[in-house]
Design a protein around this ligand. Structure first.
Ligand SMILES: C[C@@](CO)(OP(=O)(O)O)[C@H](O)COP(=O)(O)OP(=O)(O)OC[C@H]1O[C@@H](n2ccc(N)nc2=O)[C@H](O)[C@@H]1O
Ligand SMILES: Nc1ncnc2c1ncn2[C@@H]1O[C@H](COP(=O)(O)OP(=O)(O)O)[C@@H](O)[C@H]1O
Length: 287
């Protein structure tokens, strides 16, 4: 049995780092939204019980270090599945970019194998399993737009924001999420607490301008000071005429929101001369 499934990237419209926890993670509050830049995964069941991962490009491990492999392995072990799976990942999302490409691959495998292996788990159960793989996987299982709390694994679905274009610019560096969290200054956390609430409210009101005014990421200062080229891309993005710009997750991808399609080409072309990986995509709406 075969299945082809999309694994979309995400952006963080807000990311409040509330406090450091005793388990080493940080308590966060984030508004996340998927965008239509996606990997595609072809899954095919195997009777020999093995899990095999192949990739369209050669820079990622295909063994237990691959998050797609981990998802299949976890489901197989937890539910004593005898079948195996071949997973072919057509990689389109830049890696270690703050776009949750790996997490989304893991979520797609969980959802795909839940059907192909007839496991019969609910979305909540799949998200709980996903959280064992990484903090962003639960959101990727739900998809669309959501508020994420805890270490990012407690998901409350939200209405979709008003439609707009999203320009993504990814500088040619990889960022360690762990390092960025380690460098966040905890004494500045409380004053940022309100940003996600404002974004949630603006989404409820379908107020695009208010969403733009409240974009905020508590990890941005850390990555911008470590990598000045990310700061330059954000400045360039703002100069090019986007409505608002912010770094996604731990970076280094910077995204800009653009309402008017007539402005999109100018923004896109302005950034293309400056950065090799630029994408013009849309927000994905909740079904
Ligand atoms: C920053 C965010 C925002 O959406 O995304 P990315 O930049 O990775 O896309 C996430 O919080 C990243 O989630 P994810 O990439 O799944 O992180 P994990 O694998 O769970 O954790 C990697 C490391 O980041 C740190 N970490 C992660 C999540 C969290 N709430 N607090 C943390 O301190 C921990 O040191 C952990 O060891
Ligand atoms: N299928 C996968 N796709 C992308 N990255 C993966 C995958 N499996 C494991 N990884 C590892 O996960 C880490 C985070 O990747 P990714 O999810 O793309 O970035 P981010 O967490 O910044 O959004 C990378 O260091 C990468 O080596």
């Amino acid at each position: 049995m075969k299945q082809s499934i999309k694994a979309p990237a995400k952006i963080n419209l807000s990311l409040d780092v509330l406090r450091k926890r005793d388990d080493g993670y940080h308590e966060v509050k984030m508004v996340m939204n998927q965008v239509d830049l996606a990997d595609r995964l072809d899954l095919e069941t195997r009777v020999d019980g093995h899990i095999k991962v192949e990739l369209s490009e050669g820079f990622l491990p295909v063994d237990h270090r691959n998050l797609a492999y981990q998802a299949a392995f976890l489901l197989k072990k937890r539910f004593h599945i005898t079948m195996g799976v071949s997973i072919y990942i057509h990689k389109h999302i830049p890696v270690a970019a703050g776009l949750a490409g790996g997490s989304s691959d893991a979520a797609a495998v969980l959802k795909g194998l839940n059907e192909l292996w007839h496991v019969g788990l609910s979305i909540e159960e799949l998200a709980a399993l996903g959280a064992e793989i990484g903090s962003d996987v639960a959101f990727c299982v739900y998809g669309g737009t959501a508020l994420a709390t805890g270490r990012g694994e407690i998901i409350t679905p939200l209405a979709s924001p008003p439609p707009c274009w999203v320009i993504l610019a990814k500088p040619p560096i990889g960022v360690s999420t762990r390092e960025v969290y380690q460098r966040v200054k905890t004494n500045r956390l409380d004053e940022r607490k309100a940003a996600s609430e404002q974004v949630v409210q603006a989404i409820k009101n379908q107020d695009y301008a208010e969403i733009c005014r409240n974009l905020s990421n508590g990890l941005e200062d850390v990555t911008l000071s470590l990598y000045p080229e990310v700061k330059r891309i954000k400045e360039r993005m703002l100069d090019s005429g986007v409505d608002a710009a912010l770094m996604s997750g731990s970076g280094p991808t910077v995204f800009g929101l653009v309402k008017k399609e007539s402005r999109l080409h100018r923004v896109y072309n302005g950034l293309r001369g400056f950065c090799d990986q630029v994408y013009a995509v849309r927000l994905i709406s909740n079904e």
